[in-house]
Design a protein around this ligand. Structure first.
Ligand code: AMP
Length: 176
C-alpha cells in the first residue's frame, strides 16, 4: 500500500508567499499511488447509496472521474466560470489565496439526487462550500464530501461538518 502523503510534493511559496502548495501531480504520476488513492475511496464508498459524483475543476475532475468510473456512477463537473456550454448557476467564494467563481449546469442534477462531492484538497473550505451551495441550488442533496488532503489548521473540514455534511479525507498536512 502506497504512503499517499509521502507521494505528495510540497512546493513552498506557490502561488503566493507563505502558501505551502501540496502538489498531487507526483501522486497521480505514481501508478501504485494513484491506484491506492482511488481504491481507498472505492472501499469507502462501494456499498454506499448515492446517485452521482461531482468533482471540482481541475484536480477534482481527475480523482472524481476515476472514482466515478470505478464505482459505475455518473460524473458531474463543477467548473470555473465561463466553461460550461449550457445554462448555468454561478457561485463566487474566497480562496486561501484569492477568490474564484464556479458554475454547474442548472439541469445537471435531478431534484433530490444525492451527490458525493470530490476535490483534491480542503483548506479553508470555501471552494467546497461554494460547490455544495451550487449543488443544493440546482436541487441536489449532498451525500458526503471527500478529499485526498486535509489542511486541518485552515478549518475547512470543520466548516463543512458544521453545515451538517460528512467529510472524508485520506491524509493531512499541518500548516497552510
Ligand atoms: P479552499 O477553498 O481554501 O478549501 O481551497 C481548496 C482549493 O484550493 C482546492 O481546489 C485546492 O486544490 C486548492 N488549494 C488551496 N490551498 C492549497 C494548498 N495549500 N495546496 C494545494 N492546493 C490548494
Amino acid at each position: 500500500m502506497a504512503d499517499i502523503a509521502k507521494l505528495i510534493r510540497t512546493i513552498p511559496n506557490y502561488p503566493k508567499e507563505g502558501i505551502m502548495f501540496r502538489d498531487i501531480t507526483t501522486l497521480l504520476k505514481d501508478p501504485q499511488g494513484f491506484q491506492d488513492t482511488i481504491n481507498q475511496l472505492v472501499v469507502k464508498y462501494k456499498d454506499s447509496e448515492f446517485d452521482y459524483i461531482a468533482g471540482i475543476e481541475a484536480r477534482g475532475f481527475i480523482l472524481g472521474a476515476a472514482l466515478a468510473f470505478a464505482l459505475g456512477k455518473g460524473f458531474i463537473p463543477v467548473r470555473k466560470k465561463g466553461k460550461l456550454p449550457g445554462k448555468t448557476v454561478t457561485q463566487s467564494y474566497d480562496l486561501e489565496y484569492g477568490s474564484d467563481t464556479i458554475e454547474i449546469h442548472e439541469d445537471a442534477i435531478h431534484a433530490g439526487a444525492s451527490i458525493l462531492l470530490i476535490d483534491d484538497l480542503i483548506a479553508t473550505g470555501g471552494t467546497a462550500i461554494g460547490a455544495i451551495t451550487l449543488i443544493e441550488k440546482v436541487g441536489g442533496k449532498i451525500f458526503e464530501t471527500a478529499f485526498v488532503v486535509d489542511l486541518p489548521e485552515l478549518g475547512g473540514a470543520k466548516r463543512i461538518q458544521d453545515l451538517g455534511h460528512k467529510v472524508h479525507t485520506l491524509c493531512d498536512f499541518s500548516g497552510h
